[in-house]
Design a protein around this ligand. Sequence first.
Ligand SMILES: [Zn+2]
Length: 280
Amino acid sequence: MKVWISFDMEGVAGIVDWEQCTPGSGEPYNLGRALLQDEVNAAIDGAIAGGATEIVLNDSHSTMSNLDPRRIAGGAQYISGRLKPLHMMQGLDDSFDAIFFVAYHGAISGRPSALSHSYNPELFSAARINGEYVGESGINALVAQHYGVPIALVTGDAITHDDTRPFAAGAVNVVTKESITRFSAKNLHPTTSCRLIREGAERALKKVAGGDMPTPGIELPARLDLEMQTSDMAELATWAKGTTRTGDRTVRVESGSDNLLAIFESFMAINYLARAAGGR
Ligand SMILES: [Zn+2]
């Protein structure tokens, strides 16, 4: 069984501040990445216990090289580094049997979730798929659905699970913390969090093996609506394929077909293009 893992960082038990997940911030980041490494390794160990024979990790946070490769468990392969065309979804294809979203976080538009955002918070204040508000997990589900691979495990705070549930109906959800605000949470002890992630990963793959894990099920043809932080950004966004202006600060991305990957690729183009409009 082949497992592909996209891991972020904000959903790790014990992480509540940008300093803890910003490369270059010194001691706080070193602690954050150690906590992350343990949770990713717990997911790998659980995957192997659940029957995984090949595991690929895609580092999806910040500079996307947050792990010490020497400490990666289970001989997993590691996609790291910046400017990957499919960003948080790089490396997924239809040869995989299951997706894990590890250390994910809530949407910028929703209830308080530790360090919530939806891709670049300087650009996007909200995103909707087929009219429903989504976070990164929902946007990333476009690619999961395109390749027909189910999201089998999600780890992060409770809001993250609420955000992801519409796209991962059968997923095992591991709650690592209860967010209080965007910068505070009641965290599980790291040992407990890692144990639950290990157990959850194993259980998730057993469900996949039993045929009990649906793919995201996004209705076609799909549309992605984005609320940009400024009207300049919305104007630049219209340069991406399939993107039209729907308001002063809003744009809509449609593929004109059932191609969900095309919608995601246009979203990535907007993510890179719109920052040229400058900060708020
Ligand atoms: Zn992140």
